[in-house]
Design a protein around this ligand. Structure first.
Ligand code: SF4
Length: 352
């Protein structure tokens, strides 16, 4: 059962409360390289990313934020470590949220300066704690679990914000280990009323990182925990967005992107199904429609599964049948199957 948190505005996106879980990613360009950063954010927008974070390492990165903001549609978050003055500069540039790591910003007065400015600009702040950057004193004192150290670090930081009567807060407390992360968020979920941004930090390369994130984030989301999420992957950030929607869709929490069903293939398959499934996958994610597309290898389960989906292909020997909403549209040879499928999808989407 989801416990409702406060609602916090991040630019045009509301998070927390009854709002759907928002999908975030982070640019991997140098933020001061404005053209490349804008290009990457536009790719993320097309993939369905709803909030994007940019690393702000120095003054050049901070001053690039105004130009970036002008050219992109989704809210931009400035990711700040170490230097509180960069947060102030990013707020001047009109960012939609600041993410700070209280473990490395330093003295409390510096955090208070950021809070004061964020209040003036009506901008939210994410308190982002990661297991890899906890205050040294905290990790020395709490030796037995990193979960306990993470929760204490969040609560210490939160205390400063609450004393300043500042509540436009989002909290993240990511661990690199799935079990620690689940433990941390379960504790925070019971103790705080602010929206939680969930993720498994430094999850890894897309395959293993995606699996690890699906397990950790899937469990949390199933428990009703999480208002916004990022699947952190070493690689193209667009894959982070695709993975996030797959997780949300598998849990029936959000359906706004296509879902691909494809059979694992076996000795009965008589077409190059792997190639066909890859081609379909690369094309369907350009659609912002909650359609289900099936790519099936043979007549055993193929026609049945393909009929259940909105669109599908079920293959035979060197040929296959294209289905739409359970009805056979046509039979074509293998080389034409994918293009014919997309002609049928396009006709139907235009008809809506
Ligand atoms: Fe094998 Fe056919 Fe099932 Fe695919 S649909 S796994 S080819 S039996």
């Amino acid at each position: 059962m989801k416990r409702l948190t406060r609602t916090v505005r991040i630019g045009s996106v509301m998070i927390g409360g009854r709002n759907p879980v928002a999908v975030q990613s982070m640019t991997k360009t140098k933020t001061h390289d404005v053209a490349r950063t804008i290009r990457q954010i536009r790719r993320l927008e097309r993939a369905g990313c709803e909030i994007v974070r940019c690393a702000v390492k120095d003054k050049n990165d901070a001053s690039a934020l105004s130009a970036i903001k002008e050219k992109v549609k989704i809210p931009v978050v400035a990711d700040i470590h170490f230097d509180y003055r960069l947060a102030l500069q990013a707020l001047d540039c009109g960012v939609d949220k600041i993410r700070i790591n209280p473990g490395n910003i330093g003295a409390t007065w510096k955090v208070k300066e950021i809070i004061k400015k964020a209040r003036d600009e009506k901008t939210a702040i994410r308190i982002g704690v990661n297991s890899g950057s906890l205050p040294v004193a905290k990790t020395r004192r709490i030796k037995h679990t990193s979960a306990k150290a993470i929760v204490e670090t969040v609560e210490d930081a939160l205390d400063i914000f609450i004393k300043q009567d500042f509540h436009d807060i989002v909290i993240s407390a990511k661990g690199a280990h799935v079990i620690d992360t689940i433990e941390v968020y379960n504790i925070l979920h019971k103790r705080v009323m602010y929206p939680l941004h969930i993720g498994i930090t430094e999850a890894g390369l897309p395959f293993r990182g995606g699996v690890k994130s699906a397990v950790g984030l899937g469990i949390l989301l199933f428990q009703g925990i999480g208002d916004t999420m990022r699947v952190s992957l070493t690689g193209d950030p667009v894959k982070e967005v695709i993975a996030a929607y797959e997780i949300l869709s598998a849990l029936s929490l959000r359906r706004c992107k296509p879902v691909l069903i494809s059979c694992p293939t076996c000795g009965r398959c008589e077409v190059d199904l792997l190639r066909m499934a890859k081609r379909v996958e690369s094309r369907i994610f350009r659609y912002n429609e909650p359609i289900t597309v099936a790519v099936m290898g043979c007549v055993v389960n193929g026609p049945g599964e393909a009929r259940e989906a909105d669109f599908g292909i079920a293959c035979g020997k060197g040929k296959g049948i294209v289905f739409r909403h359970g009805k056979k549209v046509c039979r074509v040879r293998e080389s034409l199957l994918v293009d014919t499928l997309f002609e049928v999808i396009d006709e139907n989407i235009i008809d809506r």
